[in-house]
Design a protein around this ligand. Structure first.
Ligand code: SF4
Length: 62
């Protein structure tokens, strides 16, 4: 599983990091940083939680 973040759609709501802080991190302006590599099995639910939490639909789980 991979997580793709559309940085052009991200508006810095920080809801992804609030919903799944172990997976989603923010830059100093509050925008989501890329999630590199494969998501470990123990964080896969966190990936879906972040995807659901983003009001801009900027997060895609693939
Ligand atoms: S919830 Fe969506 S819009 Fe907000 S910081 Fe995360 S990816 Fe960006």
């Amino acid at each position: 599983m991979k997580v793709r973040i559309d940085t052009s759609a991200c508006s810095g709501h920080a809801r992804c990091a609030a919903a799944a802080p172990r997976l989603f991190r923010l830059d100093e302006d509050g925008y989501a940083l890329p999630v590199d590599g494969d998501v470990p099995e123990e964080l896969q639910q966190a990936a879906y939680d972040g995807e659901s939490a983003c009001p801009e639909r900027a997060i895609t789980v693939e």
